[in-house]
Every structure is written in structure tokens, then in C-alpha cells.
Design a protein around this ligand. Structure first.
Ligand code: ADP
Length: 617
């Protein structure tokens, strides 16, 4: 049995537990997996919108070029250059300042004497640089020029432990940065940091291991790096371009255009950023309606302040979007960022998913546990039954052999006329009769049992008096008992107890009880039969068979009625039996609508009660 349980545990239970454990482990990552899926989805959204923002700037650059060409169509370049600032501002709302520069670096417009404040500031900020006396840090895109150099390797940077301290220094570096491209661009500066730190919501999860920490730091390094260049080098031979530059931490975007008609002048425009921001609002409105219920999209400037929002009233910690994409060299440090409208929803969904899967696993483990227990206990029962059947065969063989040996021995003695004493002859004959009766009883029990198991047992019910039936059966058994030294006492009522019964079957029950009382008695050979009417809600006739023998051990009171069960083992007690007598007795009584039960008897011994219902009148 232990072996079966062990094999079962190894083959089914342990693998199931291992699987359950693996499933529970995978549950812990559910929130991270969900977040990852969401971030991939929304990242695609911000990437697309950032692309659209780039195209918008490129469209405005083209538009600017067309305006310059229109102005040059009717007037000479030098004429246009002189009043370029005023005319451009008057015709093109996106222009904050219009500038015209000669090939040698002289700023023709805005004129030195300009009264326009923006024009004056422009000259102050740019004259040294445009005159090529100075270089500055820039990001740029030009039509046939080259872009600023690629950013420094992110992997090598992410491994650097001093990253946190350098991050703090980053904003200071913006003060004199120009963002452009050009032919002679000097080395890239130290890595720039993004103005936002995406995926902050996932800090708890993603900072769990170092690899993910590095990934986060990499995310915060800008992909757009400034390069140091002079104006002349930036413009080179190209026809138009965009230059971005930070002056005192303020972003300045310059469009420039050189006409193919007259390449002596370069015309440019410094953009009015609030106007450009207004146009970028269109980009955020491109967000699909379905996604509007989940996220808000914002265009953030280099200080992580929203300049355009898909949902106007939305508020958030702007520096920590769920995902964000840098727009590019055209608008350095500007980002298209997505914010979750309900950040807790993700945690809630993950929690619900975890709970559902957790419950499923628990139910599965429970089902496996209960199933295993049922299988093991059934196996146990089957094995016990198999053992009892084997015991039964050996017990029955023994029970058959013992009376047969006595019958054969005494009949041989009588047949050979070796015993002449009539008293002895009489006693030998009595033994032969008793042993034959015992054999008959045993064979009847076995036959009846097999009939009952096959459902073939037939009863011949008829009305009879239970008192008379008990008296008759007890008297027929009395000589056998008294011959073996027993005292049999019968307490019977004077009036009859009418029952409807198969008299042979009930007599068999009483003989089985008497035979047990005889078998399981030791020195006190006293047997009693009491017949009475049992009162109660359902009055019935009751026959009690009492002895002063071994009694039934505790815990076996009900088991003794199970087939083949023996509370007193043949080997230890030396008492032979088949384990069928009480099973038959109970089945017969129940077929009559009654029962057989064991009751504790004070003072030692056993008390077995046969109860039968009265005949219905
Ligand atoms: P068996 O052939 O073993 O006597 P039974 O079905 O008649 O089979 O009885 C089942 C078991 O109940 C016995 O093995 C014995 O342990 C117990 N038993 C039955 N009658 C008595 C009794 N009068 N006193 C003590 N134990 C009894």
C-alpha cells in the first residue's frame, strides 16, 4: 500500500505541485507583462505622432522656402534682404524674426537700427555666430547637408555608475547649444538627457533587477546630440535647413533658405514657438477616439511643459509619462508623451488576472489533492478487501477441515466397532451430528452470502410469532450448548409477537448470533436470550443475544458487520470464522425492514439485538 501511495505521489502529486508552483511564479510577472504590452502599444502611438510633428515642421520649412522664392520673384535679392524682417513678419505669422545674411556673414536684416525688440535680441544673440566669429552647439537638418552626429553609445554609458551625478549637470549644458547639421561639425558633446523619464509608473517593478535599471537609464539619454559648428559650416552648399539652438536655456528654431537664383544671400526665419505649438495641437488631435479613453497625448517642450494636449483638462506629473518619443533635431528635447488616464487600472487588471489565475491554480491543486486522496483511499479499500478475501478462503478451508476430520475419525471408530460402550457410542454420534450441523451452517452462510451478492436471495415471507420462532430455535441449539458446558437462559414474553418473516432466514440469524456468543466466550459460559417489545416512535419486536465473552473491541462496533471483517484475528485468538455471519444477519434483518446492532454490555461480554417490525394489521 505504501508503495502504491509513493508511486502515486511521485507520478501525479509531485509533478502537479511543481506545475502549480511554476504557475504561481509566473503570476508574479503578470503586472510587468501587462505593462510591457501596454507600453509597446502606446509607444507605437507616440512614435507615429512624433513622426507627424516632424513632418509638420518639414512642411513649414518648405512653406518658408516658397515665401522667400515668391518675394524674390518680383524684386532683387538685395532689395528683399533689406526689408526682409518686416515683410516676412507681416506675411507669415510663424515668423518671430526674419533674417537675411550675406555669404560673408553680415546680417542685413533685421537692420542694426531696427526698433523691433525681437530683432534686436536676435542680433545680440546671433551676430557673432552668424558672422562666423564664434562656433556654437547646434542640432540641425538640411536638405542636402548632413545631420548632426549619432549619439554616443548608450550601452557603454548605461554601465557607468556615475550616471546619476551627471544627470544633475545636464540642464546647464543647454545654455549655449545650437542644434543643426553642417559639413564641418566638430565632436559630439557629452550625452544629453531627456526632459522626461518615461515608464516611471513601473519603477517598483522594473527596478527589480539591474538590467532593467540600465534600460531605464538608457531611456533617459537623449538620442539627439548637439554638435559644435560655425554658421558657415552648417549652411555649406545646402539650399535650406533647420537649425535649433538653446540660448540661455531658451530654444530658438531657425529656418534658412538659399535661393538657386541668387546664392549671395541666405534668408531665414526665427520661429514664433507659441504659434508653432498651436499648430502642433493638430498632431495631438490625431489620437484615435478609442485610445482617448485610455491615454492623453501631449507635446512637451524642452522643460517638459505641455504645449499641446489631446484632452484639454488633463493634468499629470508631466515629467513622468507612461511612454514618450523625442520629436527630433527639429525640436530638440521636445517629446510626444502619452499619459495613462487611469494609471491604477493597469494594476487593477493585473491584480484581477492574478486573482483569477491564482484561484484557478488553487482549484486545480485542490481537485488534484481530493482526486488523489479518493484514489488512494479506494486503493486502500480494494487492497484491504483483497486481503480479507484471501483470509476468508483460508478460514473457510480451515472451518471445513476441522469438522470433517472429527466426523471422519468418530465415524471410522464406530464403523470398525472398536467402541463397545453405549454411552461413548452415543457421545460420538452426538459429536458427528454437531459437527455436521456446523458444516451445514457454514456452507449455508457461504451459499446465502453468494446469493445475496448476486441479488438472487429469495425470501418466503409469512406471518408468524417471533416468540415461538425464537423458542424453537433456542431449544434446538440448547443441547449443543449444554454439551459444551454453556448455560442458556431464555426470557420470553407470555404473549406472542406477530411479525412477517421468512422463518428459516430469521432462525439462521438467531443461530449465527448464538454460535458467535459460543465462539467468543471464554471462561464464563453464560448465554441469554431476551425477547421483548421495544417501545418508541416505531415499536418493534426485539431479540437480544447476550454473552459474557470477549466483547467487541472499541472502534470495530460497526466494522464487524462488513463482509469478511473479523475483529478477533484467527491467528492471535485461535477462533475460526469466515467474517460472514454478522454480514448475513444484518442483510436478512434489513430485508425484513429491521436491523441487527451491537450494544455495549456492562460487566463484560456482548449484546447483539435483532429488531423486526410488527405485522401491519
Ligand atoms: P466470524 O465468522 O468471524 O465470527 P461474524 O461476521 O459472525 O464472522 O463476526 C464478525 C466479527 O465480529 C467476528 O470475527 C468477531 O470478531 C466479532 N464478533 C461477533 N460476535 C461476537 C461476540 N458475541 N463477541 C465478541 N465478538 C464478536
Amino acid at each position: 500500500m505504501k508503495k502504491v501511495a509513493l508511486v502515486f505521489a511521485l507520478a501525479v502529486f509531485v509533478p502537479s505541485l511543481v506545475l502549480a508552483w511554476l504557475a504561481v511564479r509566473s503570476l508574479r510577472d503578470q503586472e510587468f507583462v501587462l505593462q510591457r504590452q501596454q507600453s509597446l502599444l502606446y509607444q507605437a502611438v507616440t512614435d507615429t505622432l512624433a513622426g507627424q510633428a516632424k513632418s509638420l515642421v518639414a512642411d513649414r520649412q518648405r512653406e518658408f522656402g516658397l515665401r522667400v522664392e515668391q518675394m524674390l520673384a518680383n524684386n532683387s535679392a538685395s532689395e528683399v534682404a533689406r526689408s526682409f524682417d518686416e515683410k516676412l513678419r507681416a506675411n507669415w505669422p510663424l515668423a518671430e524674426v526674419g533674417f537675411a545674411v550675406t555669404a560673408s556673414g553680415d546680417i542685413v536684416a533685421p537692420a542694426a537700427a531696427t526698433v523691433n525688440l525681437e530683432g534686436q535680441t536676435f542680433r545680440a544673440e546671433n551676430s557673432a555666430w552668424i558672422a562666423n566669429r564664434d562656433s556654437a552647439e547646434v542640432y540641425s537638418k538640411s536638405k542636402n547637408g548632413m545631420d548632426a552626429p549619432a549619439p554616443m553609445s548608450e550601452t557603454s554609458f548605461a554601465a557607468d555608475p556615475s550616471i546619476a551625478s551627471r544627470k544633475q549637470e545636464a540642464p546647464a549644458m543647454k545654455s549655449q547649444n545650437l542644434y543643426t547639421s553642417g559639413q564641418k561639425i566638430s565632436k559630439a558633446k557629452a550625452p544629453q538627457y531627456r526632459s522626461v523619464a518615461p515608464q516611471q509608473k513601473s519603477d517598483e517593478l522594473s527596478l527589480k533587477d539591474v538590467r532593467e535599471t540600465r534600460a531605464q537609464v538608457q531611456q533617459q539619454v537623449s538620442k539627439i546630440t548637439p554638435a559644435e559648428a560655425e554658421f558657415r559650416d552648417l549652411v555649406g552648399e545646402a539650399s535650406e535647413g533647420t537649425i535649433a539652438r538653446f540660448v540661455d536655456n531658451k530654444l530658438k528654431i531657425l529656418f534658412w533658405h538659399r535661393s538657386p537664383q541668387d546664392s549671395r544671400y541666405i534668408f531665414g526665419a526665427q520661429l514664433a514657438l507659441p504659434k508653432l505649438s498651436g499648430e502642433l495641437d493638430e498632431v495631438t488631435q490625431q489620437l484615435e477616439p478609442a485610445l482617448r479613453e485610455e491615454i492623453c497625448v501631449a507635446v512637451l517642450d524642452d522643460n517638459a511643459k505641455p504645449v499641446a494636449l489631446s484632452q484639454k483638462n488633463f493634468k499629470a506629473n508631466w515629467k513622468h509619462p507612461f511612454v514618450a518619443t523625442e520629436i527630433g533635431e527639429e525640436l530638440p528635447h521636445w517629446e510626444v508623451a502619452a499619459y495613462l488616464l487611469n494609471p491604477d487600472q493597469l494594476t487593477q487588471s493585473a491584480r484581477t488576472l492574478k486573482l483569477t489565475l491564482g484561484l484557478l491554480i488553487a482549484v486545480l491543486v485542490l481537485a488534484i489533492g481530493i482526486g488523489s486522496w479518493l484514489i488512494v483511499s479506494d486503493l486502500n479499500r480494494q487492497l484491504t478487501l483483497a486481503r480479507q478475501k484471501t483470509d476468508f478462503v483460508s478460514n473457510v478451508s480451515h472451518e471445513l477441515k476441522t469438522p470433517l476430520t472429527s466426523i471422519r475419525m468418530f465415524s471410522e471408530l464406530l464403523a470398525e466397532q472398536r467402541v463397545n460402550d453405549p454411552v461413548k457410542q452415543r457421545s460420538y454420534l452426538n459429536i458427528i451430528t454437531a459437527e455436521t450441523a456446523r458444516l451445514t451452517r457454514l456452507i449455508n452462510n457461504v451459499l446465502d452470502f453468494s446469493r445475496m451478492e448476486g441479488g438472487e436471495k429469495k425470501y418466503n415471507f409469512r406471518d408468524c410469532d417471533l416468540v415461538a420462532l425464537v423458542r424453537e430455535t433456542a431449544e434446538s441449539y440448547r443441547p449443543h450448548l449444554e454439551n459444551n458446558g454453556f448455560k442458556l437462559e431464555c426470557t420470553l414474553p407470555s404473549s406472542p409477537l406477530p411479525v412477517r418473516a421468512d422463518t428459516d432466514a430469521i432462525a439462521q440469524v438467531i443461530v449465527n448470533l448464538l454460535s458467535n456468543a459460543e465462539k467468543y466466550s471464554d471462561s464464563r459460559k453464560e448465554i441469554e436470550i431476551q425477547v421483548s417489545q421495544r417501545d418508541g416512535p416505531l415499536p418493534c419486536a426485539e431479540v437480544k443475544v447476550l454473552d459474557r465473552g470477549l466483547g467487541v473491541p472499541r472502534g470495530s462496533e460497526e466494522k464487524i458487520f462488513e463482509k469478511f471483517y473479523r475483529a478477533h484475528d484467527s491467528l492471535s485468538s485461535g477462533i475460526q470464522g469466515s467474517g460472514l455471519g454478522l454480514t448475513l444477519a444484518r442483510q436478512i434483518a434489513r430485508a425484513h425492514g429491521g436491523d441487527v446492532a451491537y450494544e455495549f454490555r456492562a460487566g463484560g461480554g456482548s449484546c447483539f439485538c435483532l429488531r423486526l417490525p410488527f405485522t401491519r394489521s
